[in-house]
Design a protein around this ligand. Sequence first.
Ligand code: FAD
Length: 329
Amino acid sequence: MKEETTMSKKVLVFAETKDGKLRNISFEAITVAQKLSEGGEVIVSLFGAGASQYVQEVSEYGANKVYLLEDEVLSTYTTDAYTQALCQLIEEAGADVILMGHTAIGKDVAPRAAARLGLGLVSDCTGVDVEGGKVVFTRPIYAGKAFQKKVFNEGKVFATLRPNNFDVEKNPAQAEVISFQPVIKDIRTVVKEIVRKTTGGVDLSEAKVIVSGGRGVKSEDGFKPLQELAEVLGGAVGASRGACDAEYCDYSLQIGQTGKVVTPDLYIACGISGAIQHLAGMSNSKVIVAINKDPEAPIFQVADYGIVGDLFEVVPLLTEEFKKALVSV
Ligand code: FAD
């Protein structure tokens, strides 16, 4: 394979919005795009009616070019419409690298669009670097036990980035704004209603603090003290699959290999043993606190701080102490 010698690239970022706001992963991806473009272009796409409202914000993070796809049909995500629009946009923009979040949308549309265009896809990247003039993607494998490096030699490539893993830097640019009208047809899905399951309004995948409960919480009511602690810390509540399987909480809270992958600043694991499948979803958290009455629990091997004790005694104490500490700040 011919090797890439010049680094000047056109990097397209698929910016994602949720509840009328740009998701943080969009800013992370734009920051990564700046590093990769090296004198090329940082192109950002905004999908859906009213998308022009985000132009100013994405240019503050360094977009040189913004494509607006304001078709009403793109206001709600459907696989068919987004795949068609994205494929046409990639051709139109002449993008070399396409970056998007490893979110529900990214996980769905990226492989489909990549396959349709015959491009490579590196998914769930936790690192993107330029080494010796080449783009190197790092991604976890074996449920986070090892990391794999993938080198991009030539041609276009897609990558999805794991949210909350990349620094965000503002770098204001004057963006050229282009309206793009893709041809969209044969949409097989009709979205009738979007029902969100939330815990206290904080989005689990973007929360800076997560208080997570396992089978040790023992019941649905057992989650209450965890919810109180999360509320005081402005965080969200998560869970192990053990807790979900036992019907103490909804599966939308599940963190791990087959649940959500999270990287908050603070992860408080309460009554969670620390199975490898759970660790796959939270071991990249910045600070991990484990509360478990079993001193041999494997969760203590990944925890920065461990509290051996009964969660029903420890969690309310933490809530009270945080309340006092946060009031006095
Ligand atoms: P347990 O392992 O039963 O641990 C409960 C812990 O609570 C124990 O350590 C105990 O000491 C402690 N405890 C009990 N009472 C108290 C108390 N009062 N105070 C303090 N501590 C207490 N799991 C996930 O979490 N996420 C996944 O995505 C996931 N995917 C999977 C995919 C596959 C293919 C498979 C096979 C499994 C998967 N699992 C996943 C399940 C995983 O293997 C574990 O079974 C699960 O994580 C265990 O949940 P737990 O830690 O809550 O329960």
